[in-house]
Design a protein around this ligand. Structure first.
Ligand SMILES: [Zn+2]
Length: 214
């Protein structure tokens, strides 16, 4: 046998079972809920290596006033710290690490995942505005020389729930969101006001926006 016909030894990446995916996604959703409760866009994630959570994060953009503090970036920083503390090579660890995230990673985060050689991303709903895994750009699978490795995506886990959380945030939590407009032609004449209620549990609980039509 010729020496060059022997494949170099490489640790095999085993994809998670469906039951494992459900377990980890459930924890990612817990993180998204924590984001929502703290006035952040509700996105949560986990990074799992050898059945161990080595990084987890949720959006911290508003809290830190830093637009790059997406859930994935927070989690990746923890992964790098985890590696440093154990004197492990980050790329070797990331090659065996799965990202579980409630929303499709944006272009920035998808690029970071490529550079660190993350092989698999499991996500909930699509990110129509900034998605880097096919929705806007295909950073995950395009041929992009010198930018790490492409990664596989498994999409659609509890997608509806992820969308509902985002809608809740954008409707009720974002103080910068445009004021709700009420179209008079959609309201039946006898009612003189439309009351937009904020769901219990949010920061603005109990607050009501009243759009007078008279
Ligand atoms: Zn991102």
């Amino acid at each position: 046998m010729q020496a060059d016909s022997v494949e170099p030894e490489k640790s095999v990446f085993l994809e998670p079972l469906d039951s494992e995916i459900q377990t980890w996604m459930s924890k990612a959703f817990d993180m998204a809920l924590e984001a929502l409760e703290n006035g952040e866009v509700p996105v949560g994630c986990l990074m799992v290596y050898n059945n161990e959570i080595i990084g987890k994060g949720r959006n911290e953009v508003n809290e830190t006033k830093n637009a790059t503090r997406h859930a994935e970036m927070v989690a990746l920083d923890q992964v790098l710290d985890w590696c440093r503390f154990r004197e492990k090579d980050p790329i070797e660890v990331c090659e065996q690490t799965v990202l579980y995230v409630t929303v499709e990673p944006c272009i920035m985060c998808a690029a970071a995942l490529r550079l660190l050689h993350i092989p698999l991303v499991v996500y909930g709903c699509k990110n129509e505005r900034f998605g880097g895994c096919g929705s806007v750009l295909d950073v995950s699978s395009d041929h992009l020389p010198h930018t790490g490795t492409s990664f596989k995506c498994i999409a659609g886990y509890r997608a509806e729930e992820a969308v509902e959380m985002l809608e809740t945030f954008y409707k009720q939590e974002n103080p910068n969101a445009p004021k709700p407009k009420v179209r008079k032609d959609l309201i039946s004449p006898p009612d003189s006001a439309v009351v937009i209620q904020v769901k219990p549990g949010s920061q603005n609980e109990g607050r009501e926006t009243i759009a007078s039509l008279s």
